[in-house]
Design a protein around this ligand. Structure first.
Ligand code: SAM
Length: 215
């Protein structure tokens, strides 16, 4: 059972969304053991900023956004391959004011054995083509003036840096509205002491596209 008072208090005291956010406590929304789950406070800030009537999360995982929208009493639709929907191909509706897309970070965590799983894309080239295909699809499903917000992080593979945040930021210059840097908490690199020249990755980005021609 979630404590509704927590939401009321947060909404009363929250500061407006800026280009840097940090939520040391992820809040009571969604399954905190789901791999790669995100903080419900990010969803609350997005909804408080854009006041959407209809929200879609096409890869909802541990259902953080579903629970936030339930508490905010916002019309919500959510899907995930783990519950049988391939959001890149199946019918997932349209006319959403806000789509929150939190895809797998390439193969950092593999979610299912299903070949349609984005985390099973194999090469970075195939992963990036799925990212572009997902972007085109979800952008199409927005209502006029709707927002598509994409949460992703960078990763390293055998010393090579893969700048997924930059790839997402370059998807569509004509509709790019904001980039929010989100400080990461409770990741294993937070608890590690590093020596030498290694720079750990302690942030993700939320890139926001708006379905209107920006001048
Ligand atoms: C980073 S997780 C989302 C975590 C979620 N935001 C949370 O707070 O728990 C990415 C999700 O994408 C799902 N996924 C991967 N490929 C998919 C596809 N083709 N269609 C629908 N969901 C997919 C995975 O099953 C996984 O749950």
């Amino acid at each position: 059972m979630r404590d509704q008072q927590k939401l009321v208090d947060y909404l009363r005291h929250r500061t407006p969304l800026t280009s840097v956010v940090s939520y040391p406590n992820r809040g009571p929304w969604g399954n905190n053991r789901y791999p790669g789950n995100c903080s419900g406070y990010l969803l609350i800030d997005l909804c408080a900023t854009y006041t959407p009537k209809r929200v879609l999360d096409p890869m909802e995982g541990g259902q953080t956004s579903r629970e936030v929208c339930a508490d905010l009493q916002i019309d919500y639709t959510g899907y995930d391959l783990r519950t049988g929907t391939d959001s890149l191909h199946d019918d997932i509706g349209e006319g959403y004011d806000l789509i929150f897309w939190h895809p797998p970070y390439h193969d950092m965590k593999q979610y299912t054995d299903d070949p349609r799983d984005v985390s099973r894309s194999g090469s970075m080239t195939v992963f990036l083509s799925l990212l572009r295909a997902g972007y085109r699809r979800f952008f199409e499903l927005l209502a006029p003036d709707g927002r598509l917000a994409i949460l992703i992080g960078d990763l390293r593979r055998r010393g090579h840096y893969a700048p997924l945040t930059a790839e997402v930021a370059r998807l569509d210059q004509a509709h790019l509205e904001s980039i929010v840097v989100k400080v990461q908490h409770n990741v294993s690199s937070n608890k590690t002491t590093y020596t030498g020249s290694f720079v750990p990755i302690l942030h993700e980005t939320l890139t926001i596209y708006r379905k209107t021609a920006l001048k």
